[in-house]
Ligand binder design. Structure first.
Ligand code: SAM
Length: 342
């Protein structure tokens, strides 16, 4: 029905200029339109990791991206047969749809499905800067000099902007040589592979897809095991796997009482805070209004130097791997030296 001003009810309701806006101090700019991260192999034990492709400022939004796949997730993990079937089906569909990509990015999972890693010539096409691994990254609308609205089409999707890799042929072939590709795969194998995949790579997304946070040390972090599960309460959410976000490795948060931490000046602590250097949130928030529901947004907690590995804290739950992070391996000094503090 037309309003007295001649506008339809729809026009009036969705008049963007009349919508409440977050206060200016909460409006942050979207990520710069420059490659911010690259994929590299950390070691055969840790696998891939994500590294800064340029210097990143404290609080900078590093990238945000849409999920590669998602499936219903129950906090009482794997207790519900229907959900397990849903996860298995979603995982299989993603592998079928992105077979090359999955075999390169998640080679251990693909091997459990009987999918052999592709030879270097094919993998390089996916791993090269601007290759397939960057395909689902997006940027939001922005001001001059930044990733602008329309830069990549109506919904702002700009493929291949952020991800490259520095994986060499020798590294790739050595890493893939250790994988055991399943010769015959049963239904049980597939189900277990899917569950493990979600356990290690997926993030909980609230059912409205709007806001999940991973402030470091606060119980967030990669893996469906993170978050705010309440014992015995089976609220259903979604578990999403992100091509780049799911490749970020864990780093333990050092204890505040550590003597190395205490010896730093207040300013140095802010700039070179040891331990994990990133945090994440899913969906738009007052601080990341340009991020869409279900998209993960990665933010730098402190200054990150080019070449430094991006990390966050997976949280307190059992991680299922021997930790190789700087904090565990070298103590605080190792974490600091990777930031080149003299
Ligand atoms: C979310 S994935 C991260 C990407 C992974 N490195 C890969 O190549 O697929 C989590 C898995 O990475 C490995 N990982 C992550 N952080 C680690 C750490 N600090 N030490 C050892 N392994 C780690 C573990 O195998 C873990 O299950």
């Amino acid at each position: 029905m037309a309003s007295p001003s001649g506008k339809s009810a729809k026009d009036v309701i969705f008049d963007a200029s009349k919508q409440a806006k977050p206060p200016p101090h909460l409006l942050r700019s979207p990520p710069l339109l420059l490659p911010a991260v690259r994929i590299a192999l950390v070691s055969p034990a840790v696998g891939y990791g994500l590294f800064a492709a340029r210097d990143l400022a404290p609080d900078e939004f590093v990238f945000h991206e849409a999920p590669l796949l998602g499936a219903p997730y129950n906090e009482v993990f794997a207790a519900d047969r229907a959900l397990v079937r849903g996860q298995t089906a979603a995982c299989r569909a993603a592998i079928a749809a992105h077979r090359d990509l999955v075999a390169v990015a998640y080679p251990a999972l693909a091997a459990r499905f009987g999918v052999a890693p592709p030879p270097w010539e094919e993998a390089a096409r996916i791993l090269e800067p601007g290759g397939g691994l960057g395909m689902n990254l997006v940027v939001g609308g922005g001001s001059k000099g930044r990733a602008g609205a329309g830069a990549g089409g109506a919904d702002g999707v700009v493929p291949r902007q952020y991800a490259g890799s520095s994986v060499t042929r020798a590294e790739y072939e050595a890493y893939m040589a250790n994988l055991k590709v399943s010769a015959s795969v049963s239904e049980v194998d597939i189900r277990e592979a899917c569950l493990d995949f979600f356990k290690h790579y997926a993030f909980q997304v609230p059912s409205n897809g709007s806001l999940g946070t991973g402030s470091v040390g606060g119980g967030g972090g990669g893996g469906v095991g993170g978050g705010s599960a309440v014992a015995g309460v089976a609220s259903t959410r979604e578990a999403c796997v992100y091509l780049l976000g799911s490749l970020i490795n864990h780093c333990c948060t050092p204890t505040a009482t550590s003597s190395a931490s205490a010896s730093l000046s207040k300013d140095k602590r802010k700039e070179y805070l040891p331990g994990p250097n990133c945090s994440w949130r899913i969906g738009p928030s007052g601080l990341a209004h340009f991020v869409k529901p279900r998209h993960i947004c990665v933010q730098a907690r402190r200054a990150i130097r080019e070449g430094e590995q991006l990390t966050w804290d997976y949280g307190k739950r059992e991680k299922g791997f021997d930790c190789h992070c700087d904090t565990c391996r070298d103590g605080l000094i190792g974490g600091l030296s990777s930031c080149r503090v003299s």
